[in-house]
Design a protein around this ligand. Structure first.
Ligand SMILES: *Cc1c(COP(=O)(O)O)cnc(C)c1O
Length: 227
């Protein structure tokens, strides 16, 4: 059976999340999004059987090939960059974590209005300022939060961010804390922005201490990914 360690790994992750919630003192509910990129349909199926209900994919094309082969009513999350000419392909996704620019926001809003159902999104923030990462600059975000409010084709549920891979604990806290403040900016502008998507296998405990409500976990659940 593929991924036969998954239930044990998940139990360990859930225990660590519970401890991190207690340390962080925010009392939030945390949803584990199992990141199944590069795996075939057996990974999301194993996730379902282990009791997970949310799975994440970072490439639209790969996800669209996989979703029809998974006979379980999972919620699919898009966690990777979306090209503007592919916004019509978001229909199978419960939540798009990667609205990373004003132009993509506009394209998603146009599509959401056209299909008659807004697209549920998170604004991706580039808090660390790494040039290789996409996302909004936090310094530009107050204006953008106000502008996004006038786009009826999207619902902005919160923010997503990624910390640098080599970040120490101080850097993690500043990145995750910065994202949390951007969610506050969204709420002050009138968005229902309660979700903080932050934390991966290497840094999810700090992310939860800092208030994460969605953690995106791949290797800690499934082991090293196939290349
Ligand atoms: C791959 C990926 C993850 C999961 O990474 P792990 O380190 O394997 O947990 C999380 N978020 C995004 C955006 C990813 O692309």
């Amino acid at each position: 059976m593929p991924f036969r360690d998954l239930p044990v790994r998940l139990a360990e992750v859930r225990a660590r999340i519970g401890e991190a919630i207690a340390r962080g003192g925010r009392g939030q509910t945390v949803t584990v999004v199992a990141v199944t990129k590069t795996y075939g349909p057996e990974a999301p199926l194993a996730a379902w059987e282990a009791g997970l209900r949310d799975v994440g994919e970072n490439k639209v094309q790969e996800a669209l090939g996989k979703i029809p082969r998974v006979a379980a009513p999972l919620r699919w999350h898009l966690i990777g960059h979306l090209q503007r000419n592919k916004v019509k392909q978001v229909d199978p996704f419960h939540l798009v974590h990667s609205m990373d620019s004003a132009r993509l926001g506009d394209a998603l809003a146009t599509y959401g209005a056209a299909r008659g159902r807004p697209v549920e999104v998170l604004a991706q923030l580039n808090v660390s300022g790494e040039e290789t990462k996409g996302g909004y600059q936090p310094s530009m975000f107050v204006q953008e939060a106000a502008r996004l409010r006038d786009l009826p084709g999207i619902v902005v549920r919160g923010v997503m961010t990624m910390a640098p891979l080599d970040a120490d604990e101080g850097m993690l806290r500043s990145v995750f804390g910065g994202a949390r403040r951007c969610a506050e900016v969204l709420r002050e502008a009138g968005h229902p922005a309660m979700e903080l998507s932050m934390g991966m296998s290497g840094d999810y405990e700090v992310a939860v201490e800092e208030g994460a409500t969605l953690v995106r976990l791949g290797t800690v659940l499934f082991g090293a990914r196939p290349a």
